[in-house]
Write a protein that binds this ligand. Structure first.
Ligand code: NAD
Ligand code: G3P
Length: 332
C-alpha cells in the first residue's frame, strides 16, 4: 500500500491536516491549494501560518497549484468548504481517472440544490466512487498528532475499509461505514446545533440550558437524518453524537464561537462577513430547514438559528419561541 498516491484539494486548515494524515500513513501526498502564497509557504517553510498557525508540518508533503498534478493520484480528498465543493469537482472532472475514489471531507449541504456531498460527486464525477470523512476532529488537533477517531463512509463497504486502511496511523483511527446519508447529515447538522449552543453560552443562559438545547438539537438532527433514509444508530456514532459533543461545547469550534459572538450581541454581518472564519452551520441552517420542510420534519432549533442568522429574529425572541412551543412527549 505504500505506493498509493493521495491528492488532497484545499489549502485551508482541514486540507492541510489531512495531507499530513495521509503522509503519516505512509502515502505519497500532493496537496493542491488555490492560493499561490499557501503553495509557496508549504513548499519552502513547511508551514501554513494562516490556517494552522504554530504548526510545523512533519512529515512534509508536496504542494502545488496545478490541479492536474494533484489529480494524478489513486485517492482524492476534497477538503474545501461545502459550498465550493461542486466547483472544485467540476474543475477536476477532466483530470480524474475513472474508478478513482473521491473522499469528501467538507461538512455541509449545498445551497440551492439541497445536495449532499456524495450526490455532488456522483453528478460531477460519474464513474468515480464517492466517500465521506466525518467525525469529531479539529484540524489543529489532527495536525499536532493528537489522537482522533473518525468515520469513513461509502455506499460500498469495501471501499470504506480500503480508504480507512489507506489513512490509518497511530494517531488517526478511521471507522468504516456504509450509511453515507446518516454520516453526512450528522456532520452537517452538528454545526447548526453548535451555533445554537454557542448562542446560549454567549447569552449567559446557563449550563442547564446548554445541555437541554444540545439534547433537543440531537433529537432534531436524528429526525432529519431518519427522514432522509439514515440508519438511527449512525447518529449515535462519531459523526452524530461524537461530533456534536465536540462542536457544541468547545471554543475551538468555529461554529460554537460564531454562536457565542451572536449571543453576546455582536452583529451577525460582522461575524460572518469577509475575513470571518468559516462556520459551515451558517450555510447549512437554511438548507436543512428547506430539506426538513420538504420532508415534513420539524426542526425548531435549526429554524431559530436560521432566523437569527438572517436577522429575522432576536436571540431573546428565539429563546422565548423555543420555550413556549406546545408541550410534547420526549422522543418525538
Ligand atoms: N478545520 C477543521 O477542524 C475541520 C475539521 C473537519 C471538517 N472540516 C470541514 O472541512 C471543510 C473545509 O474547512 P477548513 O477548516 O479547511 O476551512 P478553512 O477556512 O481553513 O480553509 C478553506 C480553504 O478552502 C479554500 N477555498 C475556498 N473556496 C475555494 C474554492 N472555490 N476553490 C478552491 N479552494 C477554495 C480556501 O482558500 C482555504 O484554503 C469544511 O466543510 C469544514 O466543515 C474542517
Ligand atoms: O471549527 P468547526 O466548528 O468547523 O468544527 C470543526 C470540526 O468539524 C469538528 O469536528
Amino acid at each position: 500500500m505504500s505506493g498509493i498516491r493521495v491528492g488532497v484539494f484545499g489549502g485551508g486548515a482541514w486540507g492541510t491536516a489531512l495531507a499530513l494524515v495521509a503522509a503519516r500513513a505512509g502515502r505519497t501526498v500532493t496537496l493542491w491549494a488555490r492560493d499561490p502564497d499557501v503553495v509557496a509557504e508549504l513548499g519552502s517553510a513547511g508551514t501554513n501560518a494562516k490556517f494552522l498557525p504554530g504548526i510545523r508540518l512533519d512529515p512534509r508533503f508536496g504542494a502545488t497549484g496545478d490541479l492536474a498534478a494533484a489529480a494524478a493520484a489513486d485517492i482524492l480528498i476534497a477538503a474545501v468548504p461545502a459550498q465550493a465543493t461542486r466547483g472544485l469537482l467540476r474543475d477536476l472532472a477532466a483530470h480524474v481517472r475513472p474508478g478513482v475514489p473521491v473522499l469528501v471531507a467538507a461538512k455541509g449541504i449545498e445551497r440551492g440544490t439541497d445536495a449532499l456531498m456524495t450526490e455532488i460527486v456522483a453528478a460531477e464525477l460519474p464513474g468515480r466512487p464517492a466517500a465521506v470523512l466525518s467525525g469529531p476532529s479539529f484540524a489543529d488537533d489532527v495536525a499536532r498528532g493528537l489522537p482522533t477517531a473518525l468515520t469513513v463512509a461509502a455506499a460500498d463497504g469495501d471501499l470504506a475499509e480500503r480508504l480507512s486502511a489507506a489513512l490509518v496511523s497511530p494517531s488517526f483511527r478511521p471507522y468504516a461505514a456504509t450509511d453515507v446519508v446518516g454520516v453526512q447529515v450528522g456532520g452537517a447538522l452538528k454545526n447548526v446545533i453548535a451555533i445554537a449552543s454557542g448562542i446560549v453560552v454567549g447569552r449567559g443562559l446557563g449550563a442547564s440550558a446548554q445541555a437541554a438545547l444540545t439534547a433537543r438539537g440531537f433529537a432534531e438532527l436524528g429526525r432529519l437524518a431518519r427522514a432522509l433514509g439514515a440508519e438511527p444508530e449512525t447518529l449515535m456514532g462519531l459523526s452524530g453524537l461524537g461530533d456534536l459533543v465536540l462542536s457544541a461545547t468547545s471554543r475551538q469550534s468555529r461554529n460554537f464561537s460564531l454562536g457565542i459572538g451572536i449571543g453576546e450581541g455582536r452583529p451577525v454581518a460582522a461575524l460572518t462577513g469577509t475575513g470571518a472564519k468559516l462556520a459551515e452551520g451558517a450555510f447549512t441552517a437554511s438548507v436543512a430547514l428547506d430539506l426538513a420542510q420538504r420532508h415534513g420534519v420539524d426542526l425548531p432549533i435549526t429554524g431559530a438559528v436560521a432566523a437569527v442568522l438572517a436577522g429575522r429574529l432576536s436571540v431573546d425572541a428565539a429563546v422565548e419561541g423555543l420555550m413556549t412551543r406546545p408541550l410534547r412527549r420526549e422522543g418525538t
